[in-house]
Design a protein around this ligand. Structure first.
Ligand code: FAD
Length: 630
């Protein structure tokens, strides 16, 4: 019989990035016995890699900023497909969450008069990103971890045990959620080092597992982002929305090949960096779409003046939302105006003195020096699009982050809705804090009300063990996990990438169907003690199902919007704006359903000009708006 370590908690949080840690803190503050589980080392999550900052309309650098402007920018960035209520809560609550972080010990960069400094970023009308140089995520994680340590010290003083109310299970991968009588009863996984199994019984589980980027060949995401939380939610009976919207960040490293995809922060452009093609042309002026024309400069002179006089000039087009910049770079390279390594040039060296570059962009300076032997104070960088973020995720209630299955909550990148079809830079870190707090609070409330004791049936545990051991049982005679992973990544990159077409999407679905069958036959040699091949074999079943959701939804949506570009349907279509594509599982099959988007409340609609709304809404919606406006 297999040995299984058992634990009992009120709230289990899967994921120790910003969303998971903030949720866990809130659950523990509400008095709940809370577990935090993380596949990677504690402190190693995407959040720690976030460079640019956290968007919050504090108005410290430009007093005209407020939650309404932030709400407008977020809706525009998402091309009006956002869940409006999430965008509203986010814009209203982000400043409090940033200030709260300082009470936990964070220290953001300051303005001359001592306020939290804020920097410019694509799609944000005013300087809005609270930052710590270009290492903001590190400070965010450090502070949240510090808060957890201080709570553990309080618990030690009260109970004699540091881990009596909040405990971290690091390097532990969750492979199953348990649902009995339509309610969550817990989750199951393994310690990566020993391979031993571990079972958590709990009425409330918060998914905070981050993104899916590892399913693409060129990505800024690290090894653990295999869409586990997305797949766990699907298998538990919850739904995913907006999975066709994948953000390709315009600027990843393109050379040398070993580092292709690693992120070059948007702060480089926010702080004055410009994009040029091989002819030396600052090409972004040619790519300003009609919906944004009024807000962006038409000449280099005006764009340059904006850095010192933003109130009287329009923004440089390098600061358009990410989807626009990524498509523009793609088009320049395709037209034969790319750099030698197949990207374009991003230059700060001619824009700022070396000492300012080193002070404002220390990580970028270090990254290029170490990895590419390029000194960004003297030479331009070569950059190109890289798969960065998934807007799609678990469909949740906007106020409570509850998913469709009782006791299941989802927050951060694994959840969907907040960012619509395209996320603005900096809106993720604030999303984690705003909705992390909410998820922790409502998971704690749910745990209070849930029936006890919560028990996972032995049959469910046995099935989870059997699934986990299957690749080891097949041994090296089975399909190779590494070969399958490489085929899957190549398929997604080539056929479901930045520019999509019907024929290629259909081909991707055929290839994914084949991979799905072959993944059932994956086999690995060796035992359960630290065995990366086995870990990958278990991740693959998540990657394939989530990729299928992305490809299916991308085929269904016959328009181009945000992070979804169809060459065969190049325009945004107002009738598609009213539709969310919802993925669920029937048996092993991904089902796709169209669901109407929640209607924005009239007082929020009135924050926009009618002329602007007419670019996004159907005639019917505009008539409704006109009737309300009287
Ligand atoms: P993550 O921080 O990704 O954490 C996920 C956690 O889940 C990890 O602990 C992981 O180990 C765990 N996990 C995953 N699967 C399992 C499993 N099966 N079992 C147990 N644990 C699991 N956003 C901004 O707003 N501003 C920026 O400046 C910015 N810069 C970025 C730079 C880079 C290089 C990258 C990659 C992203 C950047 N982003 C930025 C995006 C942002 O960092 C992420 O979207 C955000 O941090 C996601 O946070 P999260 O808490 O949802 O998940």
């Amino acid at each position: 019989m297999t040995n299984i370590e058992r634990h009992n908690y009120d709230v289990v949080v899967i994921g120790a990035g910003g969303a998971g840690l903030r949720a866990a803190i809130e659950a523990r503050l509400a008095g709940k016995k809370t577990a935090i589980i993380s596949k990677s080392l504690f402190g190693k999550a995407h959040t720690v890699m976030a460079e640019g900052g956290a968007a919050a309309a504090m108005g410290n650098v430009n007093s005209r900023d407020n939650w309404m402007v932030h709400f407008r920018d977020t809706m525009r960035g998402g091309k009006f497909l956002n869940n409006f209520r999430m965008a509203e809560l986010h814009a209203k609550e982000a400043p409090d969450r940033i200030w709260e972080l300082e009470t936990y010990g964070a220290l953001f960069d300051r303005t001359k008069d001592g306020k939290i400094s804020q920097r410019n970023f694509g799609g944000h009308e005013y300087p809005r990103l609270a930052h710590v140089g270009d290492r903001t995520g590190l400070e965010l994680i450090r502070t949240l971890q510090q808060k957890i340590v201080s709570l553990q010290q309080e618990d030690f003083a009260a109970t004699g045990n540091y881990e009596s109310r909040i405990r971290v299970f690091a390097e532990t991968t969750i492979t199953e959620l348990f649902v009995e009588n339509d309610r969550i009863t817990g989750c199951f996984g393994y310690y990566r080092e020993s391979g031993e199994f571990v079972l958590f019984e709990a009425p409330a589980v918060v998914l905070a597992t981050g993104g899916i980027g590892r399913s693409f060949k060129v990505t800024s995401n690290s090894w653990e982002y295999t869409g586990d939380g997305h797949a766990l939610a699907l298998r538990a009976g919850a739904a995913l929305i907006n999975m066709e919207f994948v953000q390709f960040h315009p600027t990843g490293m393109v050379w040398p090949p070993s580092v292709k995809g690693i992120l070059v922060t948007e702060s480089v452009r926010g702080d004055g960096g410009v994009l040029r093609n091989s002819e030396g042309k600052r090409f972004m002026f040619d790519y300003v779409p009609d919906v944004f024309r009024k807000q962006y400069a038409e000449t280099e002179e005006e764009a340059d003046r904006w850095y010192t006089d933003p109130d009287n000039n329009r923004r440089p087009p390098e600061l358009l939302p990410r989807d626009e910049v990524a498509r523009a770079i793609n088009a320049e390279v395709k037209a034969g105006r790319g750099s030698p390594a197949g990207g374009v040039f991003l230059d700060v060296s001619t824009r700022m003195p070396a000492e300012v570059i080193i002070k404002r962009l220390p990580s970028m300076h270090h990254q290029f020096k170490e990895l590419a032997d390029v000194d960004i104070t003297k030479q331009p960088m070569e950059v190109g699009p890289t798969c960065h973020y998934v807007m799609g995720g678990v469909e949740v209630d906007p106020d409570t982050e509850a998913a469709a299955v009782s006791g299941l909550f989802a927050v951060g990148e694994v959840s969907g809705g907040m960012h619509g079809s395209n996320r603005l830079g900096g809106n993720s870190l604030s999303d984690l804090l705003v909705f992390g707090k909410r998820a922790g609070e409502y998971a704690a409330r749910y745990a209070d009300e849930a029936a006890r004791p919560v028990k996972v049936s032995p049959a469910a545990v046995n099935a989870a063990v059997e699934t986990a051991l299957a690749p080891l049982g097949r041994g090296e005679g089975g399909e190779s996990p590494y070969a399958l992973q490489s085929e899957l990544q190549q398929t997604m990159n080539d056929l479901v990438g930045i520019i999509r077409r019907r024929s290629e999407l259909e081909e991707s679905l055929a290839r994914l169907a084949d991979l799905k069958e072959r993944i059932k036959k994956v086999g690995v040699g060796g035992g359960r003690r630290y065995n990366p091949g086995w870990h990958l074999a278990l991740d693959l079943r998540n990657m394939v199902i989530v990729s299928e959701c992305t490809a299916k939804a991308a085929l269904e949506r016959e328009e181009s919007r945000g992070g979804h570009t169809r060459e065969d349907f190049p325009k945004m279509d107002p009738s598609w704006r009213r539709v969310n594509l919802v993925c669920s599982l029937r048996g092993e099959d991904v089902q796709l359903e169209r669901k109407p988007l929640p209607k924005m409340r009239p007082e929020l609609m009135e924050l926009f000009d009618r002329a602007e709304l007419s670019k996004y809404l159907t005639d019917e919606e505009l008539a409704e708006f006109d009737a309300l406006a009287g």
